[in-house]
Write a protein that binds this ligand. Sequence first.
Ligand SMILES: [Zn+2]
Ligand SMILES: [Zn+2]
Length: 338
Amino acid sequence: MDVLSHPWLANGTTSFVDTIGAYVTPAAAKTAAELYANVDVTQLNFLEKAWMNWYLYWGNPIIATGIASWLLHEIVYFGRAIPWIIIDSMPSMRKYKIQDDRVATPKQQWEATKHVLLTHMTIEVPQITSFHPLCEYFGLATWQVPFPSITTMLWQIGAFFVFEDMFHYWAHRLLHWGPFYKNIHKKHHEFSAPFGLAAEYAHPAEIIILGMGTIGGPFALCAVTGNMHILTVYIWITLRLFQAIDAHSGYDLPISMHNWIPFWAGADHHDHHHMAFVGCYATSFRWWDHFMGTDASYKRTRARQAEEKAAAKAKGLEWPLKPPTKSATGRALEAKDK
Ligand SMILES: [Zn+2]
Ligand SMILES: [Zn+2]
């Protein structure tokens, strides 16, 4: 049974095109319906039907993909930043803060939000509207259903993580080179104690350069294999946004991924980059910095902190220690040393 004659779609009205025509222009509905002319709707699962309806609703694949991409970015970015804003307002979570005396102020959070929203409304609009034509050019499936298998999605997303991490490591190192740093990357380093919302607080050129690492992997892999669905790319972008926002959160929680996956970079790694302005250039993994020796300062800092922690523990003092001038614990430690 083809899509045009299925009762679920025809819904008792004169024709499928009329049903959809209530939402979009008849001409657009006809074009959209033609896309699915050979699809057997009875074989689709709930999500695949919803996906098809989204494209049928808009009647124009370029608009449907553009709006979906933009919404995904906004919902995931700000949605993921909210828990970190709440955590920043909780004194009980302060013990997990990596730079423990440097919590983002509401003013800083608002500054970052304004800047990020402005870039999302300006430079990202042409990027997103050109996304569908680019997908078509590289042969990515967009409106098509059914979806690829879970196994296909998993190995492709794994490959995107590895590629993006490598791309980001080298592009980020380049952005730390004098003129590039001064004119482009300095913006992102305005916050030396980062917070979730600061993940995309960056110069427009940086967003485009580093964005190539996120989207370049899917396009390159699709050009080689000819087998890729935009849904796989959306899941990857969601995970990549989670990674970026969590890495800027400023918190190393017991449940943070790097505490159970030792080669995962996480906030512990990237926070040091913001604090020290050098080293720890990669995004997701630790291997590039480890093998290139660019994590030496990070390793020294963490080793020193571990020693201090052990010393404090031996003296029965709580951790983290505050600077002696600021906290009773610090003064107590100083007094014991005398
Ligand atoms: Zn940097
Ligand atoms: Zn950063």
